[in-house]
Design a protein around this ligand. Structure first.
Ligand code: ZN
Length: 129
C-alpha cells in the first residue's frame, strides 16, 4: 500500500534526524498534494505500525494536504483547484493549466533533547514558496 511505504520512509527519516541531533522525536508533520494524496487514517495506522519498536513510537504525526494550484486559460486567474466544483471561480471556465502537484514532503520534525532546557526543534525547510 502507498501509505505503508510512505510511513516507513518517514520513520526512517525521523530516526536519522533524531540520531543526528541525539534527541528523541516528538512529533512530525508531512504534507502531500492532491494527486498523490494520502488517506489520513491509513497513514496514521501505517505510521504507528512502522514506528513500533523504534524511538519513533508515540510520535505525533500530522498530515497537511496542499491544494493543487491551477490557472484558468481563459481569464488567467490562479486559484486552488476544487475537485468538486471544477470551475474557474473568476469566469466559470473549465480549461485550466495545472501547476505541479505538491510533492510528498516531510516538512518538520520536532525533537526533544534529553538535556535540560534544550527543547530546540529541528526544522526542516518548512516551505518552498
Ligand atoms: Zn477563468
Amino acid at each position: 500500500m502507498h501509505e505503508s511505504a510512505v510511513a516507513m520512509s518517514v520513520v526512517e527519516q525521523i530516526l536519522a534526524e533524531a540520531q543526528k541531533h541525539n534527541a528523541r522525536p516528538k512529533s512530525a508533520r508531512i504534507s502531500c498534494g492532491q494527486l498523490n494524496a494520502l488517506n489520513d487514517e491509513a497513514m496514521l495506522v501505517a505510521f504507528e505500525a512502522a514506528a513500533m519498536g523504534t524511538p519513533c513510537e508515540g510520535v505525533t504525526l500530522s498530515i497537511e494536504h496542499k491544494p493543487l494550484r491551477t490557472q484558468c486559460k481563459s481569464c488567467g486567474q490562479s486559484f486552488d483547484y476544487d475537485i468538486y466544483s471544477g470551475m474557474c471561480p473568476g469566469c466559470g471556465g473549465e480549461d485550466f493549466s495545472f501547476e505541479a502537484d505538491a510533492p510528498l514532503l516531510l516538512e518538520e520534525i520536532e525533537l526533544e533533547q534529553d538535556g535540560p532546557d534544550e527543547s530546540d526543534a529541528a526544522k526542516k525547510d518548512p516551505r518552498q514558496e
